[in-house]
Structure formats: structure tokens, C-alpha cells
Design a protein around this ligand. Structure first.
Ligand code: FPP
Length: 221
């Protein structure tokens, strides 16, 4: 959800106003995904690197997350959305952890769309945590061999399909430590639109572009 800061700066507003607008842009996109029959939407909300931002901005982002959950969870639940989290949740403020645990529990039975919030998420961090968890599960005295399938089961995204489409807003052409393992064959769509201006129409355009791609997965199609 990139471009919140620039959206605000272009209007002479403080960056946090861009984040506020960015949160408002999220719900219509979530609802459109549910309407279109998309099964999983993962949004990159806070990276392991975002802690380097000024403290007031970090605190404001955590506050916005809690506000969003308090305001929207009931409606999302009614829409059949199941909220989940990927990332190193234990590193988030306790207030955010509590709000997330409640939202996840409240929406557990949602079967239309999984809304996966990537929070304190970094793909390298996820991979290292996964390997360490796997090692802890190994009996002592053996030299275990890790396979792709087993590693996938230890990732935060265990049980979820690899993404078909990655949308990067604000024109940046980089992955920024997002789902590096899972997006090996994901189609990438970059739009110059700043996240607060992203909307269901743009989502449909991205999907239409995706549908024109030929996916070969390393084969010859
Ligand atoms: C990227 O814009 C956006 C973020 C780092 C934060 C997005 C997170 C929220 C809005 C918090 C709420 C989360 C949820 C799930 C409701 P940027 O600041 O990097 O923009 P810039 O590149 O234009 O500076």
C-alpha cells in the first residue's frame, strides 16, 4: 500500500494524513475482492524495516491499525471476510497484538475472503523464523533435510496458495522484502497510482491485465 506519504506531501498535508486516507482506500478494495471471488488478499501494511521511521509516524500507524480493526471488523465479518496476520506479531505493541487477536478470533468463520495483514513483516525474517521453528521440531542427533514443501508449511503463509498477482502502487519497481519465497512465479503489476487513490476500478484493471498474461511457470506454455 505504497504512496501514502507522497499523496499527503503533494497536498501540503502531514504524512499521517496520507496513511489515514490509505486506510480508507482499503475497505472498498477488500469488498471488491470478495465480490470478485478472490480467495486471499494480502496487504503489506508494516514492514520489519518500517521501524526506522520517526517514532510519531510509527505510533500513528499502529493507532490507525487499531482504529481500523475497531471500526471495520464487524462489517468485514458480515461480508464473510476472515482476518489473518503474517509477520512477527510478537514484535508489535501489545495494544495492536490484542486488537489483532480479537479481530482474527471474531472473523474466524469467514469463508469468502481471507484478508491477510502483513504486519512487522519481512520475507527474510519470515524465512529465518520458519527455519528455526523447523529446527526446533527435529529430534536430536539426526541431520534432517529441509525440503521446499516442508519449508512452505513453516512459513507464516502455511496453507495459503502462492499469490497469482502482486500489485505495487506508487510506481516503485521493487519487492521491498515482501513474500520473496511465495512470489517466485507471481505476476507483477505496477501502477503509478498512489495507494490512497487506488480503488476497485483500478483493481479490475490490474486483474484484466493479469488475464492477458501467459503464465508458463518456467515451461513453454
Ligand atoms: C506506504 O506508504 C504505507 C505504509 C508504510 C503504511 C501502510 C499502513 C497503514 C496505512 C496502517 C494501517 C494498516 C491497516 C491494515 C489498516 P509510504 O509511507 O511508504 O508512502 P511514500 O512512499 O509515498 O512515502
Amino acid at each position: 500500500m505504497d504512496g501514502n506519504g507522497r499523496w499527503a506531501q503533494r497536498r501540503g498535508l502531514p504524512r499521517i494524513m496520507g496513511h489515514r486516507q490509505g486506510v480508507l482506500a482499503l475497505k472498498p478494495v477488500v469488498k471488491e475482492c470478495a465480490r470478485l471471488g478472490i480467495e486471499v488478499l494480502t496487504v503489506y501494511a508494516f514492514s520489519t524495516e518500517n521501524w526506522t521511521r520517526p517514532k510519531p509516524e510509527v505510533e500513528a500507524l499502529m493507532g490507525l491499525l487499531c482504529e481500523f480493526l475497531a471500526r471495520e471488523t464487524r462489517e468485514l465479518q458480515a461480508e464473510g471476510v476472515s482476518i489473518r496476520v503474517i509477520g512477527d506479531v510478537a514484535g508489535l505493541p501489545l495494544s495492536a497484538q490484542a486488537a489483532l487477536a480479537e479481530a482474527v478470533a471474531q472473523t474466524r468463520d469467514g469463508s469468502r475472503l481471507i484478508l491477510n495483514l502483513a504486519l512487522n513483516y519481512g520475507a527474510r525474517n519470515e524465512l529465518v523464523r520458519a527455519v528455526n521453528r523447523w529446527l526446533q521440531d527435529q529430534p536430536p542427533g539426526v541431520r534432517p533435510v529441509l525440503t521446499e514443501a516442508v519449508l512452505s508449511r513453516y512459513l507464516d503463509t502455511a496453507g495459503l496458495p502462492d499469490p497469482d498477482l502482486l500489485i505495487r502502487s506508487s510506481g516503485e519497481e521493487r519487492l521491498s522484502n515482501f513474500l520473496l519465497w511465495q512470489i517466485a512465479y507471481t505476476e507483477i503489476y505496477v501502477t503509478k497510482t498512489l495507494w490512497p487513490d487506488f480503488n476497485p476500478e483500478e483493481l479490475r484493471q490490474a486483474i484484466a491485465e493479469y488475464q492477458r498474461r501467459q503464465r508458463r511457470f518456467g515451461g513453454i506454455g
